[in-house]
Ligand binder design. Structure first.
Ligand SMILES: Cc1cc2nc3c(=O)[nH]c(=O)nc-3n(C[C@H](O)[C@H](O)[C@H](O)COP(=O)(O)OP(=O)(O)OC[C@H]3O[C@@H](n4cnc5c(N)ncnc54)[C@H](O)[C@@H]3O)c2cc1C
Length: 272
């Protein structure tokens, strides 16, 4: 079936085109969309593109960092100001995928993908979305919970918190094939520290449910405590609470639940 490609110079026009056509699909870097088209996905009749430069902007000058939805992982790796995001960006695919794949597309990637989104969830991110009714900023958790209903909306940018120090943000992806490969588990944690005590930790998990999720019981286990062997053990004991991993070719749900505490302990205690 022929596919129509529509290219717009502004994000607003692209958003209008998307919201008015159920069979339209936005093309970011295309690493997933082009694969779907090449595999014969007939549900996509129109591909919408936008050349709006606002989608490629990075503003890293303030405590909250703005990254346009069209920014690629290769670009993030080239930005010294975004060093805290280099580990998640580097964990995605190989060089070709990192050259094309975008932050916006990653928000929609199904498990075992979506690693960068796990990092964004730990970093208290707001997602800016343009739909038929205008632009709306929503917390990333709300975005992920309603992701299936977001088709027809255009993500413009994400705004995430910059960690206060290198130690205040941790990231680890467990994969069978290294350096690339689908995630067995992806872990990201923001660990703000006030007077030696953790306050307001955000721990995010990938491949432990249908979409990236917070590990709230483990966050509570750390609250007000120093990050030491005792608090790390307390967090590891409850890290799988509320998760719903799937049995996949990469790993079984049982295995994911069994090993996640081990990887959390290693991540928090700085072990390889
Ligand atoms: C070989 C290979 C290896 C991979 N490895 C990894 C990996 O290790 N980790 C990982 O997380 N991912 C991986 N991926 C998946 C994918 O490359 C990334 O998730 C990437 O971030 C997707 O971004 P994209 O711009 O290419 O998305 P696209 O293919 O352009 O789009 C994907 C989906 O997102 C929607 N979309 C894209 N941008 C927007 C926007 N601005 N607004 C609204 N909707 C939008 C599209 O309509 C589509 O539904 C891999 C893919 C391949 C092919």
């Amino acid at each position: 079936m022929p596919v129509t490609v529509k290219t717009f110079s502004t994000a607003a026009e692209a958003a209008t085109a998307l919201s008015s056509d159920r069979a339209a699909c936005y093309l970011g870097g295309g690493t997933l969309v082009m694969r779907a088209l090449n595999e014969g996905d007939v549900s996509i009749e129109t591909v919408v593109r936008a050349t709006d430069r606002a989608l490629n902007r990075i503003d890293a000058s303030a405590a909250r960092v703005v990254i346009g939805a069209g920014v690629t992982f290769a670009r993030i790796l080239a930005e010294r100001e975004l060093a805290f995001l280099h580990a998640p960006a580097r964990s995605i695919g190989g060089p070709a995928v990192r050259n094309m794949g975008t932050v916006g597309g990653n928000l929609f990637a199904q498990s075992p993908f979506g690693d960068f989104t796990v990092a964004l969830l730990a970093l208290d991110t707001m997602v800016s979305v343009q739909g038929g009714l205008g632009v709306r900023d929503m917390p990333i958790e709300e975005f992920l919970q309603s992701r299936d209903r977001q088709s027809g909306a255009l993500v413009l940018a994400v705004t995430c918190a910059r960690p206060a120090s290198a130690d205040a943000f941790r990231y680890r992806k467990i994969a069978r094939i290294k350096p690339k490969g689908g995630s067995v588990i992806t872990l990201a944690a923001s660990l703000p520290n006030s007077g030696g005590r953790i306050t307001g930790a955000r721990i995010a998990l990938g491949s432990m449910g249908p979409v990236p999720m917070r590990a709230r019981a483990a966050e509570r286990a750390l609250e007000g405590r120093a990050l030491d062997a005792s608090s790390i053990a307390a967090a590891a004991a409850v890290i799988a609470e509320g998760t719903a991993p799937a049995d996949t070719a990469i790993a079984s749900a049982w295995y994911r639940r069994e090993v996640i505490g081990v990887h959390l302990r290693r991540l928090f205690s700085g072990q390889e």
